[in-house]
Design a protein around this ligand. Structure first.
Ligand code: ADP
Ligand code: ZN
Ligand code: ZN
Length: 706
């Protein structure tokens, strides 16, 4: 018998288009029936590659002539086939982000599973059939079988839910049992006990024999949360999936989830594409966080895919997805307003002794600052240290100074490869480009005029740390940012030190704000909130508000001194309307204002964006490519009579036009309705991909920064 299968293979759109496979599926012949979801090794050009069988084919609809079609080399044994739902999720992602299916499906798998060379081929058996195995899979499965049940754990005492938590849980429970659940926004201020609520829903999911997926924004958060899960769900097997795992561990974790051995999978954005055959609940913690957005390859939003995944459901029946946040994204908020999402609210801090901190603005106009600190901040810090209460100082810019400058000739430490300044790092006395990784020892004299007096302009976390040391010489001070935490476990160590009372001041970037439950912090200082206030990115205000809320949320989480917890924000614009809502802890009002502005300006979520970007050696080439693409788009719109549905803006250089010697430009596509956007993108991309071009380009749907 001869059978045909359609196999997803990882090839870029241009290759897929050139071969005439728009969807990234390729036909192969086999002498046995191979079910969808099976991994296979197939020849592709001169190579042998790993693919996934997506559907059975027949000789009527082949994309290649039957006499030229190639044979499947081997079927991978020892691994359950990928589920129907998983394939459906990938099909959705491919359609939504306009990429070939193979280019979506394969990259989401652990690298070890994608490397054909790692598989061992068996000789053909009696049926002239070859199989392939990956020894690492066998080992992972065996280890899972041996470790029957989770290790013994001492469960932590269960807290009694307060009435708000109980009613939130009841809503989630109802939708765990309902037939067509809407996504649920678990909207609760910092410290209101959101984790406690979704943990109960997870426990229920596990008790029903199903798996739960929990997405978190940061790798650094997974150990802490995994520990909480272990204590609260002592019976459960908890897996984790993120890019910090080495290849072997990533494969093992993936296989365990895929084989159903894991009850709860905790992971960063890539975990949304994990194979979970019995998935019954997804939680997206801090759903507004921008790290859910992937910025290369399939530029997906893990939150949006989580919602799609829950809707696709299990056995055709949708399951709930819980989006947790104190400051939801405007996208989510808009869906709540239209009733597409359900909202449950936790409006009080859960611990009896926790209080919301008082937020105060500290004007910096006409005030003498010392090392960037106003007297108000200095006094407040002295005060808290004297009482033995650790202080957090938030500054969202790493390095020592954003730029070195020569006062004599106006030389600036620009990165030679990018259109940005290279940042001065004092620790290694190097200039670092935070965009392309370029670095160079700090010049002793000005490279253009020889002046020996180069000035460090502005403040980064390293400089703030240095200032604090000179202002508070006896205080125990540490810094947490990407530079100080390259070593594994370093971040956790610093946060532990705050918990243990071993630090007086911790200065850092957003890293110090993400989800940590400090019991003893009563003062949080924000040195400079202003750069985001005057940004031309229409999402800057939304991001600033949620960052500040999250930072503020670290204070007053419990302990005797919660009562007087304070957040001090230095600003040159204390009258800015954003602060009015912030000081009142009033996200609802902030969101109403934001959405009002977005609606008036026709911006997302009240319209829909896609952006096409081009990269070339010169700006002219990049712009020129986009201009031609735009003309082509206009023609498509005119011939189909849909010009009123889509706005194609003029191509412009990107805000940071040059990175690593590549000039980048972009073209914004805007639509009032999402279906119209997708229809147009389908036609437009098909036209563009059928043409050869030396210019690198890509399309991003729902871009965050434009
Ligand atoms: P969130 O995720 O909303 O920021 P958490 O779930 O981390 O809040 O809870 C904040 C703190 O309150 C934690 O220390 C948690 O153990 C505690 N907590 C949560 N629910 C209760 C409750 N019902 N009673 C007492 N403490 C609670
Ligand atoms: Zn100079
Ligand atoms: Zn650079």
């Amino acid at each position: 018998m001869t059978f045909f299968v359609r196999v997803a293979i990882d090839q870029p759109p241009a290759v897929a288009a050139a071969i005439g496979s728009e969807d990234g599926l390729y036909d192969y012949r086999a002498d046995i029936r191979i079910d969808p979801g099976r991994f296979v090794l197939v020849p592709f050009g001169a190579r042998r590659v790993v693919g996934v069988v997506v559907e059975r084919g027949d000789d009527a609809g082949l994309s290649v002539a039957a006499d030229r079609i190639k044979d499947v080399v081997a079927v991978v044994e020892g691994l359950a086939p990928l589920g129907r739902e998983w394939i459906a999720l990938n099909r959705f992602a491919a359609r939504y982000y306009h990429r070939p299916l193979g280019e979506v499906m394969l990259p989401s798998l652990p690298p070890a599973l994608r490397t054909a060379a790692r598989f061992e081929l068996s000789p053909p058996d009696a049926a002239a059939r070859r199989t392939a195995t990956l020894p690492a899979i066998g080992r992972a499965i065996k280890r899972a079988a041996k470790s029957k049940g989770p290790p013994e754990r001492v469960p932590s005492a269960a807290v009694a839910l307060n009435t708000m938590q109980a009613s939130a849980l009841a809503t989630i429970q109802a939708s765990l049992q309902g037939a067509a659940p809407r996504p649920i926004l678990l909207y609760g201020i910092t410290g209101s006990g959101k984790t406690e609520v979704y943990l109960r829903a997870i426990a229920e999911t596990i008790a029903a024999g199903l798996q739960a997926l929990v997405l978190v924004p940061e790798i650094n958060l997974t150990p802490q949360l995994a520990e909480t899960f272990r204590l609260k769900l002592p019976e459960a097997v908890i897996g984790s999936l993120h890019s910090g795992h080495a290849d072997g561990e990533r494969l093992r974790q993936w296989v365990l989830a895929h084989e159903g051995a894991v009850d709860v999978l905790l992971g960063t954005r890539l975990a949304v594409l994990a194979s979970l055959p019995r998935l019954g609940l997804i939680v997206v913690d801090e759903e507004h966080d921008t790290s859910y957005k992937q910025h290369e390859g399939l530029r997906y939003s893990a939150r949006d895919l989580a919602i799609a995944r829950a809707r696709l459901g299990r056995d055709g029946i949708a399951f709930p997805v819980v989006l947790a946040s104190a400051t939801p994204s405007m996208e989510t908020w808009a869906h709540v307003e239209t009733g597409r999402y359900e909202k449950v609210v936790l409006s009080r801090r859960a611990s009896a002794d926790a209080r919301l901190p008082t937020i105060r603005l500290v004007p910096t106009q006409r005030v003498e600052t010392q090392h960037g600190l106003t007297p108000v901040l200095r006094d407040a810090i002295v005060d808290r240290i004297a009482r033995g209460e650790p202080v957090l100082v938030f500054h969202n810019r790493r390095g020592y100074a954003p730029v070195l400058a020569c006062g004599a000739c106006r030389w600036l430490s620009a990165c030679p490869r990018c259109s940005v300044n290279a940042v001065f790092h004092k620790a290694d006395r190097h200039l670092h480009c935070h965009h392309c990784g370029w670095q160079r020892p700090v010049p002793r004299v000005c490279p253009t005029c020889g002046n020996a007096d180069l000035a460090a302009i502005g403040h980064g976390t390293q400089r703030v740390e240095e200032s604090l040391r000179s202002l508070f010489p006896t205080a125990r001070i540490a810094r947490i940012d990407r530079d100080s935490t390259r070593r594994k476990g370093a971040a956790t160590g610093l946060l532990e030190a705050v918990h243990a009372g071993d630090l007086d001041i911790l200065v850092g970037t957003q890293m110090l704000a993400k989800g940590h439950d400090f019991r003893n912090v009563t003062l949080v200082c924000v040195l400079d909130a202003d750069s985001a206030l005057f940004s031309h990115d229409f999402r800057a205000g939304e991001r600033l508000f949620s960052n500040l809320m999250q930072v503020a949320g670290r204070a007053g989480r419990g302990g005797a001194r919660s009562e007087g917890a304070e957040v001090l924000i230095q600003t040159r614009a204390p009258e800015h309307p954003l602060f009015e809502s912030l000081v009142a802890h009033d996200f609802d009002r902030f969101a109403a204002n934001q959405l009002g502005e977005r609606r008036a300006a026709g911006l997302p979520p009240c319209s829909f964006h896609a952006v096409m970007r081009a990269e070339a050696a010169t700006s002219v080439e990049a712009i020129d490519f986009l201009r031609r693409a735009r003309n082509e788009g206009v023609t498509i719109l005119e011939t189909s009579g849909t010009a009123a549905e889509i706005e194609l803006y003029d191509p412009v250089p990107m805000t940071i036009a040059r990175v690593a010697n590549v000039e980048r430009a972009q073209l914004l596509v805007e639509a009032k309705q999402r279906p119209a956007l997708h229809r147009f993108l389908d036609d437009w991309l098909q036209a563009l991909r059928s043409r050869r071009s030396r210019i690198r380009w890509h399309l991003e749907v729902d871009p965050l920064g434009i």
